[in-house]
Design a binder for this molecule. Structure first.
Ligand SMILES: Nc1ncnc2c1ncn2[C@@H]1O[C@H](COP(=O)(O)OP(=O)(O)OP(=O)(O)O)[C@@H](O)[C@H]1O
Ligand SMILES: [Mg+2]
Length: 227
């Protein structure tokens, strides 16, 4: 499902964000990507959904050769996964329902399908009664759940979640982690990036630890090329 082989990323004029990362995440797994602020977690996720290009190395995601993907092919990769962005990135002029529905509308889904799938996603995250609220009218934890509903509404097989428990208290964070467990149970592979060391304690799963761009710990098997 995800394979990175000798991947490095240097931003222009900056230090090395990622250095020689090799990892493999198999279908159906739930993996934490942890490490302190600036360790490279967001960068790693961005490489997976082609928001950034690697400086070196090979990346495969859902059968796509991501490092060599042409710009016009990127939408196909994006359709095969769901991203929960750091800071949730909701549209504040639109309702909760519209925020989630938008993710389907841009894919050209029919009105009836949009309504059905959006309602289902909001139900799954426990926000079926908040559809007509604006993001400013709901709590930070609920905003995060809207961002999760938006990521899962197209029923992707892979969910990349970047700090989905930022800015919320421990109880709300626990609910969100349990929600990802449910999403994983329903069949999606989950990669959850967080600097919150408390999350793996709530729900122990496999773990990749980054520090200053290097993978300092991993419970995953190595990619085949290194077996
Ligand atoms: N667009 C960019 N241009 C230049 N440098 C960047 C850019 N984005 C990130 N960096 C640098 O790359 C390194 C890794 O950043 P990244 O955002 O991946 O860390 P992170 O682990 O997600 O941190 P946090 O926990 O604070 O979200 C940092 O040193 C950061 O300053
Ligand atoms: Mg980050």
């Amino acid at each position: 499902m995800i394979e990175m082989v000798h991947v490095s990323k240097a931003y222009e004029g900056s230090t090395q964000a990622l250095l020689d990362i090799s990892l493999k995440v198999e279908k159906g797994k739930f993996v934490y990507l942890t490490g302190p602020s600036g360790a490279g977690k967001t960068t790693l996720l961005k490489l997976l959904y082609a928001a950034e290009r690697p400086t070196e190395g090979e990346i495969r995601v859902n059968g796509f050769d991501v490092a060599r993907l042409k710009s016009r092919e990127i939408p196909y990769l994006r359709r095969s996964l769901g991203v929960v962005f750091q800071g949730s990135k909701l549209l504040f002029q639109r309702t909760v329902f519209e925020n989630v529905a938008f993710a389907l509308e841009v894919l050209g889904a029919k009105r009836r399908e949009v309504i059905k799938k959006t309602s289902q996603a909001l139900w799954l995250v426990g926000l079926e009664r908040k559809g007509s609220c604006f993001p400013s009218q709901i709590s930070a934890g609920e905003q995060q759940r809207v961002a999760i509903a938006r990521a899962i509404v197209n029923e992707p097989l892979l969910i990349l979640a970047d700090e989905p428990t930022g800015n919320i208290d421990f109880g709300a964070a626990e609910e969100i982690v349990r929600l990802f467990d449910e999403i994983n149970f329903r069949g999606a592979t989950v990669v959850l990036a967080t600097h919150n060391e408390g999350l793996p304690a709530i729900l122990p799963k496999e773990r990749i630890v980054l520090n200053r761009g290097q993978m300092v710990e991993s419970s995953l098997s190595k990619p085949l090329a290194f077996a």
